[in-house]
Design a protein around this ligand. Structure first.
Ligand code: CA
Length: 220
């Protein structure tokens, strides 16, 4: 059973997370501030830490600096408006971020994705005629190499790590470019279109109206 530490000072949110993750089969521990979080991290080895950015005394970012040495994956919990926080969190080495208020199903899906990714490493993914080697970044179609730019590859990896989950354009941009999204949707659209075309995944990478894109593992 995976052991998850929730560092969140708002009790109703912490309890909601614990309830939904416990239902999903995880063991959860709550720390209500950064210092308590640090104490837990010293005492027990967790499989994943959910870390609120806005905490009293020690902030989530400060705690992240400390947690790093333990090599435990971290998902930040951040407010909708704090774009800078999200980017800073990713730069500090977080695996993902969840925007509050969040949907319980999305929370469970993201936790699952990070745990699966973290405990399995890279490896190879094969889908029909396409093979993606996540470690060497080599992609082949019918055994022949597909020439992807680094950004196209990063987008592809993001899709593979978020199967059947609709990704906002801003999320794709922030995860792949590592900087705040300033509203230019064309950059993302252009890269996704090229990626689709190169892989022949016009249907597999579906456009989601007013959101962005969703990678569909079972092509419709
Ligand atoms: Ca908070």
């Amino acid at each position: 059973m995976y052991d998850i530490l929730i560092v969140e000072d708002e009790a109703p949110i912490a309890n909601l997370i614990r309830m939904s993750l416990t239902q999903a089969g995880y063991r959860c521990t709550i720390a209500s501030d950064g210092d308590e979080g640090a104490d837990w991290v010293e005492r027990r080895r967790f499989d994943l830490i959910l870390l609120d950015v806005m905490l009293p005394h020690t902030s989530g970012f400060e705690l992240m600096e400390y947690i790093r040495q333990y090599d435990t994956p971290v998902i930040f919990l951040t407010a909708r408006t704090e774009v800078r926080d999200r980017v800073k969190g990713l730069r500090l080495g977080a695996e993902d971020y969840i925007i509050k208020p969040f949907d319980v199903a999305e929370l469970q899906a993201r936790v699952e994705v990070v745990l699966r990714r973290y405990h399995k490493g890279g490896g190879k993914v094969t889908l029909e005629d396409i093979t993606v080697d996540l470690d060497s970044r080599i992609v082949t179609k019918d055994g022949r190499p597909v020439d992807l730019t680094p950004k196209e590859f990063d987008i592809l990896r993001l899709f593979l790590q978020n199967k059947n989950i609709a990704l906002y354009r801003e999320t794709i941009y922030e995860r792949v470019w590592g900087e705040p999204f300033m509203g230019d949707t064309r950059t993302v659209d252009l890269h996704v279109q090229r990626l689709r075309h190169k892989l022949g995944w016009e249907k597999r990478i579906a456009a989601v109206y007013k959101v962005g894109y969703r990678y569909e593992e079972n092509e419709p």
